[in-house]
Design a protein. Structure first.
Length: 946
DNA sequence: TAGAAAAGGTCATGCG
DNA sequence: CGCATGACCTTTTCTA
């Protein structure tokens, strides 16, 4: 229900609040995907493409392409090939004839939207990426693909077949516009299909593969008092027959060394992202949702009708919103206030349709953004929240809170500008108390919050003054950017804010915001995965005296005293660290052992599980430490003078509270559990990397950073426990790529990498299943969490093979290596820029395995994932993990007080990579129908079918 | 006629 | 140093 309501209000309210200027910021350039600055030469385009086209009108004949006209034109690559950019401009409908001066008439705009509405009758309610349709270069390809039989045949010829005079005849509805819409519908359908496949795979994987236990979880729960299980479920895992018998790791008994395309599972994914939303597709859902909302009478009828009426006015290019706003600019806020007054929370979810303002080349695809305006009690609020700041629409005791997670700047500006247009602000700057707000600092996005509320100039009218921290995610690092006393705004140091738009979503007050139908997480799976889905999967055995002993509880681990820093000459890079027996000598290893503990993970629904009350928590973070490797700090806003993250606010979590023995024990149990899971499902623990590096990459020599990572970290002896199934045992590197890749065999490399990347799926699924509390999450929520988090966890793991100083990838388990430059040459190669960017962020922190593990667990356990049924449950679990991560970081890095804050800033970065991956994969598929995808890519994505 | 919106001009910037 | 780029500005056209 709330899902529908959520969807229901998002788009109309959002766009109705926006002026055309702001709208342009939210619309992508149809050529490159950058932020559109308006309607230029017949299409929405950015200033760059506009200028390029203008110049090209006189000199395009001199353009050449060294890639046979096959260059991808994106925000990242648009300057690499003039010819292809020019072609792309033409393909999407740019033309001199399309030029138009002056305003567009209302009638024209309405006509345009009528056309849009017809296109929407396709019923596509899936998510797509750009309003411009990046397949416009090869529209004919749609007809050759499985996606080509729908809208394309509806009497709309490809754009390149349309006369260029069409835009002139009807500027608002040029050929490209129609074409793009249709293409997007097809893409959306394709992505929806992928999502379905992914869900199926994960579901099967959850059912049949891997360890179904949480390491010591039941024990942990009972011992440490973790309230992670529904009543009566404590100890369930341990009682499962065969739990000690070994189970099958989903990756089977194959390691990277035999991780061929025919064998290894292949999955890639994309986080659900607003970047894949589409106004057209969403509109249908809004309408449906509105109807359901009416039926279910979960919101005031009048509001429902009001919004429903608005929905019909929503258009793809935003022009309609101008019209709507012109006469009814404040109406959405009235609706919102009605809902707030009725005690209903309203969720504002920024749509991501923009791009960073600063440096387009550094632009990172947008990520999910959530703004929450919700009625909450004052309980648990920060002290800044006072009753004197009371919303006009909020009744006493039912105060309204506003929290913004991952807000994009231009979106925010646009939204608030739209609010400011309204006549009588219901929320005055002086009322600001606890609005959570994500300030902008140029790119990316972040979970930030102004403890003092919205800056006056950005305070949305109509939002409640009692804005206090409230989110379905405890991950709300609080910047001190807004000083409620001085009124000055200090941008936080490292938000990676992408621009985009906002959408508003009303939800039932009894429920958490449900998802906008965002883009699917896409997975590529290989054939053997399917086969293994139906058979028990082995897992490392943990009989008494074996590997379990390598994971002593935290209480037994003696840590180095704070302040010692990273260096300890007594410790070696071999991981001895005073414990020579921990040297990761795997030379003795026999082929992968059989695994135990094949558990069926039919996790009981925890919908009835009582949710513990949250405590107020504020983590004081001291200024970040100086980057160890001297690199720039990419997660810092170069425009900001304040380069610190001084405060993070995590709901229900106060690290300043005394660490009681009970709490410490609890956290240690969590750390142990996650750590074990990580070691069992990830080849690249740093001790293993050290071993593999010496064995397969001896020419590299030792890397001192590993000793930094390991010197005071988790006391784990890898030599005493079995490595994950498939870990290489050969003396020589089982290479899969030629020694010399000159010229680079891009296709082969891509296959190699995709197989490696996607082979992570089973391991990551198994890792997720072993996260404390995961098993007790609602079944569908489990799938949702994995689906949306898998790619992000895989990205985290990728950072362990990326040498960001030399821009090389060293695949430790096979002895293969390739450069970032080589990677660029393969399909989807540009994605590596994003992966490396993330790797740079995280690698400089010199984290240990335990921190990687906990970060991965936090990423998986994200309550802000679209579609979650029980966000509170997930939120609580993430809270525990965050607490554990904070504890672990503070223990491992006693001298780096800003590290935890910086570590959290990597999460929004992760959110940006997944959507871009799937977008590019689909683009590749449609633009290059002859491209031979790996078997499982093709199978999962249905890529080779036409 | 004011204001909106797009075309076209300008120039700082970065790159080869 | 020349050139391409793109952000910003001015001019032009059109609508309300």
């Amino acid at each position: 229900m709330s899902k529908h309501l959520t969807v229901f209000l998002i788009f109309p309210l959002f766009f109705l609040l926006l002026a055309s200027d702001e709208l342009n910021e939210l619309i992508k350039c149809m050529v490159c995907g950058d932020t559109s600055t308006g309607f230029h030469y017949g299409i929405h385009s950015c200033e760059g493409c506009k200028g390029f086209f203008r110049r090209s009108l006189t000199q395009h004949e001199s353009y050449t392409c060294s890639n046979n006209g096959q260059c991808d034109i994106s925000l990242y690559t648009r300057n690499q090939c003039q010819l292809c950019r020019w072609k792309k401009c033409l393909a999407v409908g740019m033309s001199k004839e399309g030029s138009r001066l002056g305003r567009r008439s209302k009638r024209m705009i309405e006509k345009m939207h009528e056309t849009i509405a017809k296109q929407r009758s396709f019923g596509d309610n899936t998510v797509v990426h750009q309003p411009a349709g990046f397949y416009s270069n090869h529209p004919e390809l749609f007809n050759q693909s499985k996606y080509g039989g729908q809208p394309m045949s509806a009497g709309h010829p490809p754009s390149h077949m349309l006369p260029t005079s069409i835009p002139a005849m009807y500027p608002g509805m040029n050929s490209s516009f129609s074409m793009a819409a249709m293409m997007e519908s097809q893409l959306g359908q394709a992505m929806a299909n992928h999502a379905q496949s992914i869900s199926t795979i994960i579901k099967q994987e959850l059912d049949h593969s891997g360890s179904d236990r949480e390491h010591s979880l039941s024990e942990t729960s009972s011992i440490s008092g973790l309230d992670m299980s529904p009543p009566g479920s404590v100890g369930r895992q341990s009682s499962v027959p065969g739990a000690s018998e070994g189970s099958v790791n989903g990756s089977g008994n194959r390691g990277y060394g035999s991780d061929s395309m025919e064998q290894s599972p292949t999955i890639s994914s994309v986080s659900l992202s607003k970047s894949h939303e589409d106004s057209a597709s969403l509109n249908n859902m809004y309408i449906q949702a509105a109807m359901r909302a009416k039926e279910e009478k979960r919101m005031p009828q009048s509001v429902s009708e009001e919004i429903t009426e608005k929905m019909s006015m929503i258009g793809r290019d935003g022009s309609k919103f101008e019209a709507s706003m012109a006469g009814e600019g404040d109406l959405p806020m009235e609706a919102i206030n009605k809902m707030l007054a009725a005690g209903q929370p309203v969720i504002l979810i920024p749509r991501d349709m923009g791009s960073p303002e600063s440096n387009s080349k550094d632009m990172i695809p947008p990520s999910p953004t959530v703004v929450v305006v919700q009625n909450t009690s004052k309980e648990g609020r920060d002290d800044h929240s006072t009753s004197r700041h009371r919303s006009k629409s909020a009744s006493p005791g039912n105060e309204v809170s506003v929290s913004v997670a991952d807000m994009a700047s231009s979106q925010m500006k646009a939204l608030y500008a739209g609010h400011r247009r309204t006549s009588e602000p219901m929320l005055r700057p002086e009322d600001n108390t606890h609005c959570s707000f994500l300030p902008h600092s140029g790119q990316g996005n972040q979970f930030f919050q102004f403890p003092g509320g919205f800056p006056p100039q950005q305070m949305p009218q109509g939002l409640s003054p009692q804005s206090s921290l409230l989110s379905h995610s405890p991950l709300l690092p609080m910047s001190q950017g807004w000083n409620p006393l001085s009124g000055r705004q200090h941008l936080p140091p490292s938000p990676l804010l992408s621009s985009g738009g906002q959408v508003m979503v009303p939800v039932s007050s009894s429920q958490h915001p449900q998802q906008v139908p965002l883009g699917p997480t896409a997975f590529l799976a290989q054939q053997h995965l399917k086969a293994e889905m139906h058979s028990p999967k082995p897992l490392p055995q943990h009989s008494p005296g074996d590997g379990r002993d390598c994971f002593p509880t935290r209480q037994s681990v003696k840590r180095q005293s704070p302040g010692k820093g990273h260096s300890d000459p007594n410790k070696t890079s071999k991981g001895s660290h005073g414990k020579p027996e921990c040297s990761p000598d795997f030379s003795h290893l026999s082929p992968p052992q059989s695994f135990t503990t094949a558990l069926q993970s039919s996790a009981p629904s925890d919908s009835q599980t009582p949710i513990s009350k949250e405590k107020k928590m504020v983590i004081k973070e001291e200024p970040r430490s100086i980057p160890i490797d001297g690199d720039d700090i990419p997660d810092a806003d170069p425009k900001s003078n304040d380069d610190t993250l001084e405060e993070y606010k995590l709901e229900g979590f106060n690290p300043e509270e005394p660490l009681t023995p009970e709490l410490k024990k609890k956290l240690c149990k969590i750390i142990d559990c996650v750590n074990k899971s990580y070691h069992e499902t990830c080849f690249y623990t740093f001790r293993r990397i050290i071993f593999l590096r010496e064995r397969y990459f001896p020419f590299l020599g030792p890397d001192e950073t590993y000793s930094h990572r390991l010197k005071n970290k988790y006391d784990h002896d890898c030599s005493k426990c079995p490595p994950p199934s498939g870990f290489p045992t050969s003396k020589d590197p089982p290479r899969e790529l030629p020694d010399v890749l000159l010229p680079v065999d891009s296709g082969r490399m891509w296959q190699f990498f995709s197989s490696k990347f996607t082979s992570q799926i089973t391991r990551i699924v198994n890792f997720s299943k072993m996260i404390p509390g995961f098993k007790h999450i609602d079944r569908e929520d489990q799938i949702t969490l994995i689906k949306t988090g898998l790619f992000e966890v895989a990205t985290i793991r990728f950072s362990t093979v990326a040498d960001t100083k030399t821009n090389m990838v060293y695949w430790w388990t096979t002895g293969d290596k390739f450069s970032l430059e080589d990677a660029h040459k393969m399909p989807l190669g540009n994605l590596f820029d994003l992966l490396f960017d993330f790797a740079r962020r995280v690698n400089r922190m010199l984290l240990d395995d335990s921190e990687y593990a906990l970060l991965s667990a936090v990423v998986i356990m994200s309550p802000d994932r679209p579609g979650l049924k029980n966000r509170e449950r997930v939120k609580q679990l993430q809270l525990e993990l965050l607490h554990a991560l904070h504890y672990e970081v503070s223990q491992n890095h006693p001298g780096e007080h800003g590290l935890f804050a910086r570590l959290l800033t990597t999460i929004p970065k992760l959110r940006e990579i997944g959507p871009e991956h799937i977008r590019r994969l689909m683009e590749l598929k449609i633009k290059s129908p002859g491209f031979q995808f790996p078997a499982l890519h093709a199978e999962v994505f249905d890529l080779n079918n036409s």
